[in-house]
Ligand binder design. Structure first.
Ligand SMILES: CSC[C@H]1O[C@@H](n2cnc3c(O)ncnc32)[C@H](O)[C@@H]1O
Ligand SMILES: [Zn+2]
Length: 439
């Protein structure tokens, strides 16, 4: 049998049910699908592959899944740091978006983020923004996999000057992209319970459900949001969403920092999913989500970076490291969120949270060939006792050497094959000059 791609000689970390580590393993790929995951001495894979990648000294693992980001926000990286969420959003980000977010700027910001994501080993991302059609068209150029949502908010937003039209915009976008590109799944993103009315929250969910799409929303990010909800509505943000019937297996809630035991119980019973964004939550001093309690309750907890303006990078290796350490600190227990759990959150649990676990998230026969290879011959990765330990606690995005999405190589020897990165950086720098000179 000839494969289109064979990756051999590497240490495989499958992140399947058994979290297998296969030394000197190889995988065979036919078109976009993994057809073999085997152990074997170097040189034993069947000959005849169109492309053979020698992963000697490398760790071969599933591509990472970032379940919460806003791709075009790389345009605002470092624009407004060291602020609490409300001031960051109301005084800096929303005004900047109103002035500078257009289809052309969204295009270049999205390409920049995709380059950063792919070069650091993320093969699938999920999130939403405005002018999402331009986002999706840009992502399609990169060869990356993504769940991309049109944003819905009850204020005039970029591309949606009349908020009464926000659901219509989301519908048109979702219908255009549903089934159009195998790597891109449309979705709908309600900004938050504090910026959307009950009617808007419900209408967006109905629209998503009508097409079987993921419904995304920022929830309970700050103490201020939780307290305001309690004061004005007599219930927590999670309880409100639940009262409206909006939490189910196709609901992905970003943050969930200020959730109590009753909220956790609701999310678990309704089978909602959470995107945990520890670095953004730390930087905005929002707090630490009770991830240990969520996992104990059986909630699908995944990992996100949030946008580049609150992180300020898209490196999910760093996010795994931060998450694993943060929850040891907050629980006072070093066994909380071990390396294997953090790795699962960034791969198979991310896939579960966005409804793609039948296709991605692990190296398994029949799954899509979204595969990354880390270069482990480096001082900071030597010696190598437990690969999952290195992946979480020692490696970083810059260690990623090769990346395949759906069997297509998009990064080779740390270089993007699908994008002209110097040109993208030039274009983003030009947009940044426009932003700086008009602030
Ligand atoms: C419809 S989502 C896009 C919208 O959300 C804003 N945003 C980005 N990060 C956060 C965050 O952590 N909390 C709340 N809102 C956020 C972004 O600037 C867009 O306006
Ligand atoms: Zn966000």
């Amino acid at each position: 049998m000839g494969f289109d791609v064979v990756i051999h000689n590497g240490t495989l970390v499958t992140v399947d049910r058994h979290m297998r580590v296969i030394e000197n393993g190889w995988i065979g790929i036919e078109a976009d699908v993994i057809r073999a995951v085997e152990s074997g001495r170097p040189g034993t894979p069947p000959p005849g592959a169109g492309l053979t990648i020698d992963a000697a000294g490398g760790i071969v693992m599933p591509g990472l899944v970032n379940t919460h980001t806003h791709l075009p926000m790389s345009l605002f990286r470092g624009l407004a740091d060291d602020l609490p969420l409300e001031e960051w959003l109301d005084d800096h980000i929303f005004p900047a978006e109103a002035r500078f977010i257009r289809p052309d700027t969204v295009h270049w910001g999205t390409l920049l983020s995709c380059a950063e994501l792919l070069l650091s080993g993320t093969t699938c991302c999920c999130g939403g923004y405005f002018h999402e059609d331009a986002v999706a068209r840009a992502v399609a150029e990169t060869g990356m996999r993504a769940v991309l949502a049109q944003g819905v908010i009850d204020f005039p937003a970029p591309g949606v000057p009349d908020p009464a039209q926000n659901i219509v915009h989301a519908r048109v976008y979702a219908h255009k992209w549903k089934g159009g590109n195998p790597l891109i799944t449309p979705s709908i993103f309600c900004h938050s319970p504090y910026t959307c009315s009950d009617d808007t929250l419900k209408a967006a969910k109905a629209e998503a459900e009508a097409s079987g799409l993921l419904y995304q929303v920022h929830v309970a990010e700050t103490r201020f949001e939780r307290d305001q909800s309690l004061k004005e509505r007599g219930m927590t943000p999670v309880a409100r969403l639940d009262r409206l019937g909006l939490i189910d297996r196709r609901t992905l809630m970003a943050h969930c920092v200020w959730v109590d035991d009753a909220d956790i119980d609701i999310i678990a019973r309704r089978n909602g999913a959470v995107s945990h964004c520890p670095e953004s939550n730390m930087k905005l001093a929002s707090g630490s989500a009770p991830v240990a309690g969520m996992l104990k309750a059986g909630i699908r907890v995944s990992l996100g970076t949030d946008g580049c303006a609150s992180n300020n990078n898209l490196d999910l290796f760093g996010e795994m490291d931060t998450a694993a350490k943060l929850h040891k600190l907050t629980t006072g227990n070093p066994t909380t969120l071990g390396a294997g759990s953090a790795l699962s959150m960034a791969t198979i649990d991310g896939a579960r949270a966005i409804g793609l676990a039948d296709r991605i998230g692990s190296l398994e026969i029949g799954k899509q060939a979204d595969v990354i290879i880390l270069e482990a011959r480096a001082p900071h990765l030597t010696p190598l006792y437990h690969p999952e330990s290195h992946i979480v606690y020692a490696a970083c995005g810059a260690d990623v050497r090769h990346v395949l999405v759906a069997g297509r190589q998009v990064v080779k020897n740390r270089r993007m094959l699908t994008l002209n990165v110097p040109e993208i950086m030039d274009r983003v720098n030009a947009i940044a000059r426009e932003i700086r000179s008009n602030q």
